[in-house]
Design a protein. Structure first.
Length: 209
């Protein structure tokens, strides 16, 4: 058990404090526009291992990456096909994760294959934390794998207190569901996980099965 801080996401110093913890290899829970997330430095293999352990997540399930800005995508993937660019322009920031070829600088443990899911959340606190931490955070839903995800700071605290360095209290999630995940590394594009962005909405932008 570790001492978990409960921090106010509205206070300016919270962002810097959380970014320092992440850079030190700690885990932090924070609000996003979907469910609450728990994340770490995506380039720190030891922190990623800790994230898998805390979530009791199977190693064959990769850890998604949240970015602060579209320009940060290049830090975590090797290339972005035109189909993915179209989705990014239409749905980001928002509740759409896009599977793309992962950058070789990322630890292999972040994913069981050569791909990684990337998303730019539509949440100011989340993006400020990610930006201050270096532009990207490896993050999964704030829960134990298979359990319901936290939708607010109190729920995240109840689940993760004693297991993470800090919980950032913020606004309730805009969507009470995890993001839609699409695989843009395949042809045709496929939906890996349904979510707030519907198949109908996706088909208005790209060809998708």
């Amino acid at each position: 058990m570790i001492q978990t801080l409960f921090l106010d996401g509205e206070k300016r110093h919270t962002i810097s404090q959380v970014a320092r913890l992440l850079k030190q290899g700690e885990l932090v829970a924070f609000p996003t526009d979907t469910v609450y997330g728990v994340g770490c430095d995506p380039w720190n293999a030891a922190a990623i291992a800790k994230l898998y352990e805390v979530k009791q997540r199977d190693l064959d399930k990769g850890i998604p990456i949240l970015v602060a800005d579209v320009s940060d995508v290049a830090k975590v993937v090797t290339h972005v096909p035109e189909s993915a660019l179209a989705l990014i322009r239409h749905f980001w920031p928002g509740a759409l994760s896009i599977v793309l070829p992962r950058h070789p600088s990322l630890p292999e443990s972040i994913s069981p294959n050569e791909f990684v899911a990337v998303r730019l959340p539509a949440h100011t606190v989340a993006r400020n934390i990610i930006r201050k931490a270096g532009g990207a955070i490896a993050a999964s839903s704030a829960n134990r794998s298979g359990d319901p995800a936290a939708l607010n700071g109190k729920e995240a605290w109840d689940i993760l207190s004693g297991k993470v360095a800090a919980v950032v209290d913020g606004y309730h999630a805009y969507h009470a569901a995890a993001s839609t995940i699409v695989n843009c590394a395949t042809d045709p594009i496929t939906i890996i996980r349904p979510g707030p962005i519907t198949l109908k909405e996706l088909r208005e932008v790209v060809d998708i099965s």
